[in-house]
Structure formats: C-alpha cells, structure tokens
Design a protein around this ligand. Sequence first.
Ligand code: SAH
Ligand code: SF4
Length: 359
Amino acid sequence: MNTLTEQEILAYLVGADDKELFGRAEATKQEVFGNEVYLRAIIEFSNICDKKCHYCGLRAPNSTISRYRMDVQAIRDTAAAAADAGAGTIVLQSGDDFGYSTQVIGELVRDIKERHDVAVTLSLGDRGLDEYEFWRDCGADRCLLKLETTNPRLYKRIRGGEDFSARLHRVQGIRDMGYEIGSGVIVDQPDSDMITTLRDILFLTQLDLDMIAIGPFIPHPHTPLGNARPGSITLSHRVTALLRILNPHANIPSTSALGTESPKERQRALTRGCNVLMPSMTPEEHRRDYNIYPGKNEAISASKHSLDSAKDMIRSLGLTPSSSKGPSKKSPHVHESSTQNTVGPCAHRETERELVAAD
Ligand code: SAH
Ligand code: SF4
C-alpha cells in the first residue's frame, strides 16, 4: 500500500523532486498494469449544453460556437467504426443535453452492447440517478462525472451557482449502483492554490475511484474565465503522478487537456503513471465544434485514423496498445443495499463532512 504524508504531497507539488516523483508513479503503474495502455474511443455526440459552467466553451450562453447534435444512427455508425478499429471501450460524451431522452440513450447503449464486445462509458453530466439506473440495466458499464473541484465554494462559483453536494451525491449514487466510476478535477484553475490542490488529491483518493481524470485549466476566450492564466502543465503532471502513487489500481488517462500546448505532454504522462489514452473518434465535421477549450481534438491527429495514430504513439514510447476493455483493477463495488454497515459508503459520507469542514 502506497502512502504519502500531507507534507510529502505538498513538497512534491511545489517541485521538490520531479524525477523521483515521476519515477515512483511510473514504477507503481508498471507493477499493476505493466506496459499496457488501454484505449478508449470517445464519441462527442452533442455540443449542446444547458449549463453555464464558467470554464467551458460549450456553456449555453456561448453563442459563438456552431451547435450540433448527432442522430442516433450516426452515433451507432461511429461506435461501430471505433469497435472495428479495435477500441475495447466506447465513451459517449456530450454537453448536458436533455434533447436525448432516457429511452433514446438507453436504446443506444443496448444496441452498442449487443453488436460489439466493448465496454460503454457514459459522460453525460447531471442526468438523474433514475436515468443512470435505467442505462445500467441497458448495459452501460462505467460513468465519468468530474467533480471539477472539491472545494464547495469554488464549485458553486464555477458551476453557475450549483451545489457541490448534489454533484458528489450523484457520483456516489452512480458508483453504488454498480458502475465503475470515474471522476477528477481541473488543476490550477483560477482561485485555486496548493492547499486546494492538496485537498483535491486527498478527497479524490478517499473516494477510491475506478478512474481518475485530471487536466490543467485551459482558458476559453468566450467564457467568464477567458482572461485567466492557463493552468500549469507541470503541476498537472505532478498531481497525476501523486494520484497514481496513492491510487495504484485506478485507471488514469493521459487527458487531451494535457496535450493542448504540445502533444509531447500527453506522451510524457504515459511514462509518468498514466495507463489510458482516449482518442476522439468524433466525426470530422463535428470535432472542431466540440470546443470545450481551445485546442481540444487537435492534440491527437484529428483524422478518421485517430485510433491508429494513438496506437503508433503508444508503440513509439515502448508501450503496448491494448484492445482489452481495460476494466478497473480494483475489487468490485458492492451495491449500497448490501453494504449498510461496511466501511465503503460510510467513508464517503465522512469525506463529504470533512470537506465541508475544510472549506
Ligand atoms: N457535460 C459533461 C461532460 C462534458 S464536459 C459534464 O460536464 O460532466 C467534459 C470535461 O471537460 C469536464 O468534466 C471538464 O473537466 C473539462 N473541461 C471543460 N472546460 C475545461 C477547461 N476550460 N479547461 C480544462 N478542462 C475543461
Ligand atoms: Fe456543459 Fe459539461 Fe461544459 Fe459544463 S462542463 S458547460 S455541463 S459541457
């Protein structure tokens, strides 16, 4: 079991010894995952969003982007192309777009699962727990729902007045249904500091996630945070490496946000503890409009061969691209109803209490 004291984490965060930190993170990953890099094909099927997150280019008030919504047949065809190209996981991601009914998403998931031997991950935002339950019954395997920050006051500000506890409740509710759950934060965003970052690391670790997604803040010109300074890439690498050491069995992607400045950063992350790559398989005509932040979908060649480019990139690092579904290496979660007196759900409630106190 890997442990680090808060002092050690803080020292690494400010750059006490990057060589040692990144070496430890990579050694931890090698022990659990070896040279394998899991590939997740992400289909960004709609950029329509009801929300007003201060950091994101898809926010509803941004009238400068051209909005699209793929129809179900187009999503199915894209998923088929991704599966044929060897993706073991299909990630369906969108803005918080309520234009797709519970039923439509459910049928889409069922169809993909029936036709292809893949895992399906949903990254659809704040949909109801009853909807997530239905989609699980349709065959969805995993969910990705980032907390974005674990500081409730900051959360409220950047998420247009929404409540952190509701987001956390959703993350916990989804995992208690039996999904593999992924979450994460945006590193070095405005009004965060080293203590915020330390708390994020501790909080995410306490949540005991199956997947942890971390990326630096990237200012989008048509958002309220458009003039803010970009988040530090180096700090993002450090946070990812620390999370790897503290969460040896979690799947940790080298995210596209890391690669916006230079594709090299995304490669570096794969040698510093990350074991997952999520190339975009979004059809060419929509990629540029999925403009969450500038540079999105340009990092790994935006062509229909993006899965092949991802594999080549992985091989060039001496690593092995894997077509496996890449399930969580953590022991499976047990449904809440059968764990009433065990440490799992209680520990999560504790996490929430501690955080509120810390704020
Ligand atoms: N609507 C869904 C999923 C799409 S957003 C949701 O919000 O959960 C996907 C991710 O993009 C978000 O979770 C956020 O972490 C990231 N993101 C958005 N804007 C960003 C920015 N300016 N810098 C870095 N990451 C950003
Ligand atoms: Fe919408 Fe998600 Fe962007 Fe927020 S982060 S504006 S919910 S797409």
